[in-house]
Write a protein of this length. Structure first.
Length: 337
């Protein structure tokens, strides 16, 4: 993985970087947030104290230090008036997911950094004498850059563009997008971080009596939008708990109820969640994207080759027709790949 490009950007933005700060950056890029998570109560105390001290100011919510690790800036988060609990939860959930081959990544990153500036080599060699371990920022960096951030890594990095694009706190978020692009996973992670309730569009497959050629000929006609409008839409903005029926394709009927928890934020995830027939119920639209090749690979892994063929020949073309007909990606507030 390439880190030299990210390091060059950091040098341009933070000219006070010393060799010690480069070690810290490479360590965080390799190990992510996992090494920072100890006693949760103590970690929360440190976070609350630092968050209280930091002065809100404009700037990017996050600075990426490699493609799957970023530093979320407390000052910018605070300026956007995003809940402090969300950032703490984001950090904790991220830290629970160890980075793969972290030591190998770290050594590779250090080699790239030394190739970028061989004057750092002496400090790097002294550092390695005591083994791989985290370090603090240099005193010069602290005095000039005033670092105040939390490291977010792994899959949770996908959520960063969503928070970065929040102009105000939404009450309802809709996550639409391509099959196998990670809509359900994204909704689950957002719910873990924000405490939101989640509605799944997959619970609204058409009942047998509505599965007609005329219905399937409509772009997005393969969802039971009538039931969604009756069982979900009236309750989304209330913040109160509610329930709706789950359609089971195995029995071709509703056989369970899904309870949506009480929360000031509710998430609707799944294909067709931004269909115009449902109206503009959402405060924020997210489009979850994926390349065609990766899409088929994921479906094969998830459902097997036979089901993947059904997706390729039937469901994906239907979804693509809907996405094109209503320009769903173009109308999204944020696109997450």
């Amino acid at each position: 993985m390439i880190i030299s490009d990210y390091l060059c950007k950091q040098l341009a933005v933070h000219p006070s970087i010393q060799a010690q700060d480069v070690i810290k950056l490479c360590f965080q890029a390799a190990f992510g947030a996992e090494h920072l998570l100890g006693d949760i109560g103590q970690v929360r105390g440190y976070f609350d104290a630092e968050y209280e001290r930091v002065e809100a100011r404009n700037g990017p919510v996050a600075e990426f230090i490699c493609e799957d690790v970023c530093r979320v800036n407390l000052a910018a988060w605070k300026m956007r008036k995003l809940p402090a609990d969300w950032l703490f939860n984001l950090f904790v959930q991220s830290a629970k997911m160890p980075m793969k081959k972290a030591e190998d990544r770290f050594r590779d990153y250090i080699a790239q950094a030394e190739a970028l500036n061989n004057e750092w080599g002496g400090f790097f060699r002294d550092y390695h004498k005591d083994g791989i371990k985290p370090v603090h920022h240099s005193q010069l960096y602290k005095e000039n850059e005033h670092p105040a951030y939390r490291v977010i890594s792994g899959q949770y990095v996908r959520l960063i563009p969503i928070f970065n694009d929040m102009k105000e706190l939404p009450k309802v978020i809709a996550i639409d997008g391509r099959a196998a692009s990670g809509k359900t996973t994204m909704a689950s992670q957002l719910a873990e971080v924000t405490g939101a309730g989640v509605v799944h569009m997959d619970d609204f497959f058409l009942p047998k009596e509505l599965r007609t050629p005329e219905r399937f000929a409509q772009s997005g006609g393969n969802i039971h939008h009538e039931r969604f409008s009756h069982e979900v839409l009236p309750f989304l903005h209330s913040g109160e708990a509610f329930g709706y029926g789950i359609f089971d394709c195995n029995v071709m009927d509703i056989n369970k109820t899904r309870e949506v928890i009480q929360s000031p934020l509710q998430i609707v995830e799944g294909a067709y969640s931004c269909h115009p027939v449902l109206g503009g119920y959402m405060d924020m639209r997210i489009f979850s994207d994926i390349s065609p090749d990766e899409q088929i690979k994921r479906v094969e892994v998830r459902n097997g080759p036979e089901i993947a063929m059904v997706y390729a020949t039937r469901w994906i073309p239907m979804e693509e027709a809907y996405l094109q007909a209503y320009r769903v990606k173009d109308s999204a507030d944020v696109v997450v790949s």
